[in-house]
Design a protein around this ligand. Structure first.
Ligand SMILES: Cc1cc2nc3c(=O)[nH]c(=O)nc-3n(C[C@H](O)[C@H](O)[C@H](O)COP(=O)(O)OP(=O)(O)OC[C@H]3O[C@@H](n4cnc5c(N)ncnc54)[C@H](O)[C@@H]3O)c2cc1C
Length: 435
């Protein structure tokens, strides 16, 4: 059997690793359009500091997968404990998750958050949207003060237009914890991601490279390869690319599901559904600033709608290889939609808005305190769970799977999956394939 895997991110590399031992498989080809494989697990370097497409921490609820990841990383890892804050205003940093440090809020806001949590008029509703879910589980106060503004900012959409798939696993905090948090008694709250790992050096790409090093000689990687069309003939797939025409017995796809229709025979209905799938893109900015800023924190959430970025991460927190003496390195994230005002800004305009935001937060005073900076844009960052997501994605997957294609990965299956979940999905696909 000759297998083709479209796309060269961690979904593809891990699937290849999991199926390469099967005797029936003669060759596995990974086809990647970029010059380099890695997808969202690539890291970039600026003045010897490696950074990711948004800091990629390593954690998993799936113990087996976490063990596998950590084994593959070998010695190249640090273990860390979460130290994340919400920048409520420039004088108020609230420990993440928000509901576990309510006493830091101004008195009026604290009363609002607490009363609406304890006497919640939404407690009996059956949530259909993300907004309903937050109102039911956290009350109107916490929703209006933090969850609403922050989610509006990251999704660039009102949470009443998003479904509950992403949030439904978040547990409702117990009343005792919220009462304690209002009194100033600290509880840890949501423990998922409390402890995590990160490569000692090289950024998250070193995890990808470690996985890739486990591939055997059956696996061939074609980079800078443009897929042009896929045709089916006598139960084989005929693939036309800028590097020639090839034959395969099976295709797995990890490339964005919304673009897959382009390579097959024309079908207007499928095209229309594909084009209705929504995603957010992301701007990743790196700012190295003089001085030690923002304490011993890692991620700082910024719900303020007048500041362009929604999250800043202090990379120094990740270990000495991510830190430069006498300075602080911030990674700054801004989501955007195609053709939006932010999406159309050039780097100078983005720089000005980021600088303005950092100044509002007292993280910088003058432009000459910025030692160096970089700004990059990435098209596919977040799957959007709009109210038609489940119906449309299932319809596309059913249609393609009947034709024998198999989909996986964050974009292939069009789900909000972290890399551990993508690896787990590849493991499952491999297990079911050729049993
Ligand atoms: C801001 C941000 C923060 C994140 N933080 C974390 C985190 O803390 N921890 C964590 O575990 N995960 C995190 N993730 C998620 C993680 O990045 C993904 O789960 C994972 O990288 C997805 O891998 P993939 O292979 O499915 O997709 P990708 O990495 O997107 O790979 C798809 C590949 O397909 C290629 N491709 C696309 N179109 C074509 C085409 N037509 N032909 C050929 N090739 C094509 C792309 O170039 C790419 O290489 C984060 C993601 C983002 C955006």
């Amino acid at each position: 059997m000759r297998i083709l895997i479209l796309g060269g991110g961690i979904a593809s590399i891990s699937l290849a690793k999991f199926i390469q031992q099967k005797k029936q498989i003669k060759q596995i080809t990974i086809l990647e359009k970029e010059e380099k494989v890695g997808g969202l697990l690539r890291s970039y370097e600026i003045n010897k500091i490696f950074y990711d497409v948004g800091p990629h921490i390593i954690f998993s609820k799936n113990k087996k997968i976490l063990k596998l990841i950590l084994n593959i990383l070998g010695k190249n890892k640090n273990s860390l404990k979460r130290s994340n804050k919400i920048i409520y205003d420039k004088n108020t940093l609230i420990k993440y998750p928000f509901e576990n440090e309510l006493y830091k809020l101004p008195k009026k806001d604290l009363q609002f958050a607490l009363n609406k949590f304890l006497k919640n008029k939404f407690s009996k509703i059956a949530p259909k949207t993300m907004k309903d879910f937050f109102l039911k589980n956290f009350g109107e106060g916490i929703f209006k003060l933090y969850l609403g503004p922050y989610n509006n900012k990251i999704w660039k959409m009102n949470p009443s237009k998003l479904d509950t798939q992403m949030v439904e696993r978040i547990p409702r905090p117990p009343n005792e914890d919220i009462i304690k948090s209002a009194k100033g008694i600290i509880t840890e709250g949501y423990k998922h991601q409390l402890y995590f790992h990160y490569p000692k050096k090289g950024g998250i790409e070193s995890l990808f490279t470690a996985f890739k090093s486990k591939l055997n000689s059956k696996v061939k990687i074609l980079t800078s390869t443009k897929l042009m069309s896929i045709k089916t003939k006598n139960k084989k797939y005929l693939i036309k690319t800028n590097k020639g025409i090839f034959n395969y017995d099976k295709i797995f796809s990890t490339i964005p599901l919304n673009e897959f229709y382009k390579y097959l025979e024309k079908n207007d209905k499928i095209k229309k559904i594909s084009r209705s799938l929504q995603y957010n893109s992301i701007i990743i900015a790196m700012f190295n600033i003089k001085g030690n800023i923002a304490g011993k924190n890692f991620a700082l959430m910024v719900p303020n709608k007048n500041i362009i970025f929604h999250r800043i991460s202090k990379l120094d927190f990740l270990g000495k290889n991510y830190s430069l003496k006498g300075s602080t390195t911030f990674q700054i994230e801004i989501t955007f939609k195609k053709n939006s005002k932010i999406g159309k800004m050039n780097n100078q305009q983005l720089f000005n808005r980021i600088y303005e935001g950092l100044k509002k937060l007292n993280f910088v005073n003058k432009k000459k305190d910025i030692n160096f900076k970089s700004i990059k844009k990435f098209k596919y960052a977040y799957v959007i769970y709009n109210l038609n997501h489940r119906k449309n994605v299932d319809m596309l997957l059913n249609y393609y799977e009947k034709k024998g294609f198999d989909f996986l990965g964050r974009w292939g299956s069009w789900e909000y999956l972290n890399s551990d979940q993508v690896i787990a999905q590849a493991y499952e696909k491999a297990r079911k394939f050729l049993i």
